[in-house]
Ligand binder design. Sequence first.
Ligand code: C2E
Ligand code: MG
Ligand code: MG
Length: 681
Amino acid sequence: MIMLFNSHTVRNKFLLILMLIAVLSASVTAGVLIYYQSIDANKSQQDKLVLMSSVISPSLTAAIVFNDIDTINELIMPTVKTEGVFATYVYNNKGELITKIHRDNLYVKRLQVEDKIETSLVLGGEIQGTLIFYVDSSVVDDKMSFYRKLVAQLLIGTLFISLILSIILSRLITRPLSQLINIAKKVNQNNDYTIRAPYHSADEIGDLTNCFNAMLDTVENREHALESTVIERTKALEEANRQLHHQAHEDTLSGLPNRRSLYALLNANVDKKKKFCLLFIDLDGFKQINDSLGHDYGDILLQQVSRRIVSCVRADDFVARLGGDEFTIVLNGLTNEIHIDQIIHNILSSFEIAFSLKNKNIFASASIGVTLYPRDGNNVDTLIKNADQAMYESKRRGKNRSHYFTQEMSQQLINKKEKISDLHKALKNNEFTIYYQPIFNLKNNKVDKAEALIRWQHPTKGLILPDDFLGTIEEEGFMDELGYWVANQVLIDRLKWQQLMSAPMEVSINISPSQFRSKNSLLQKWLAEFETNSLPANAIAFEITEHSLVHDHYKVRTILNDIRNKGIRIAIDDFGVGYSSLSYLQQLNLDTLKIDRSFIDRLTSDNRSYGLCKGIVTIAQELNLMIVAEGIETRTQHKLVTELGCHYGQGYLYDKPMPREEFEHKYITQHLSTCKLEQIP
Ligand code: C2E
Ligand code: MG
Ligand code: MG
């Protein structure tokens, strides 16, 4: 029973409680019944004996009076035959036993303990004697024993019936519940939400089953929704992973492996000591193409170049794009220069065919640097650096060629690093200075313009010309800063001269394309400062190259308009060698064209140059622009440009660029603004 109660199933507890209730109620009923039966049996026994004594008392009294023993015996004889009486004693009024009758001897022993019923025998108001019945209570006991047995049987019957009823009830109530529990367990264990509980009856259990199944429906639907979401998300994740891997290892523009892939391959080769040849390819003049035609064209060119390079190498060679216009090829297992040269020849030859970009045919060439592993370096960084160095040597030697890395190149690299470090110091220590070159008015032989040209006064190497350091300054990103310094310097000088001179003098400042692109916009800062000075209009001019115009044309146009509105003239420098279309001449608010020195150089030797100059002058005249001929070194050149109609001439024939003090002395304070050609050496 304890086990049943300790059981974890509701069914067993329910069964037990039902049985206990049944047994308890049956026991109470039986107890009450037995109690009343025992009282009843005793009372009826007593009543019966009292009645019997009252019946025989008169005759018995008379017999005692007459001392008739026989009659007395006769009278009391039937009493011991009566059920429940096992002895009858008769006493006289003196308390002496007259007679006694026992049913049998067996009862004698029990005499002491049994009950007795005494009746006084009275005649004429006087007690004549006493009649005593010794009562045999076993009769009542037998009856009670019978009842007890009956009650016991009843109890067992009740227990049995309650058990049956409990089982039936439990089947009706707890079994469906147990089934529900089992199904819930099964669902939970297998995560199978398709299982449903069977519907038994239209009652609360049936309702519970319906609710349970409805809940499973919801969970199953959610599970399905979740499953499809998970599938979708997994797909998206896989795709993102794929793209990430793609982006991490492939160059999106060309579809070629990228820098990371290249390094992985080279590292693997170096680890396994597998020999290879590394070609570093850089397109020649790509920046100009990109600047002049736009990035769209530049991108198409890079894609076509990628395909051409791939078509020139073997299937197991590795072509990667490092970024920009830089490509690398790893020629696996190849260190034989004859074979390498053949591949390089194929690549360079493939560039001889024009690239078709949208509707334009563009020619491009490449410079290639070559390093061999292990000959030129024993680690990847050194090999790439050396290949890059060799590529620069190709550029230096005229582009569209290749060059193998040599140990001397390492020295050049060291020199470059030194130069960068020197330039950093130069900026800090203010080692730059401005030279001024006069520009002669060919119409009246006066000097009313000058160009400001930067110089680097190196502490040990002496005076360095801009072509030797401006490229590095651009690469290192200092052009904006240096340009700002130049413009400020010129402004200070020009303000000073304003007090000293009598004739007008326009000083032009060279503005690099990167100054227009700069985020810090020191150029804008300078313009704001310029506005606060008291210089007359046209005291300052800006010289910009065509490269400035091709990139972000609209932005540059806006800046130029702003500059122009501040009274600063705009000149196009090195005109004729740029890549841009001439339409900008119309669109922009320009003042001057400076014909590039290369045309003037060939003016006497090359008819085409003469024709070109003539053309430029005609265009300029049409557009009402001033023309400056740059690089006039000879009298013939002077004569020719004057005849062509150029307004100004600039060149060593007139004067070289000179330090500020000298220029100030010659052309500002001495008023040597008029130049007699005879005086010119
Ligand atoms: P540019 O603006 O075309 O300047 C003219 C260059 O031609 C100057 O070279 C000048 O010295 C040189 N030159 C003038 N007349 C003759 C001649 O008769 N014969 C020869 N062979 N050369 C002549 P420089 O000073 O070496 O400047 C070179 C370039 O550096 C300049 O070309 C200009 O593009 C750039 N540059 C110079 N100073 C600055 C500057 O402050 N800022 C920027 N952004 N660029 C500058
Ligand atoms: Mg210039
Ligand atoms: Mg120039």
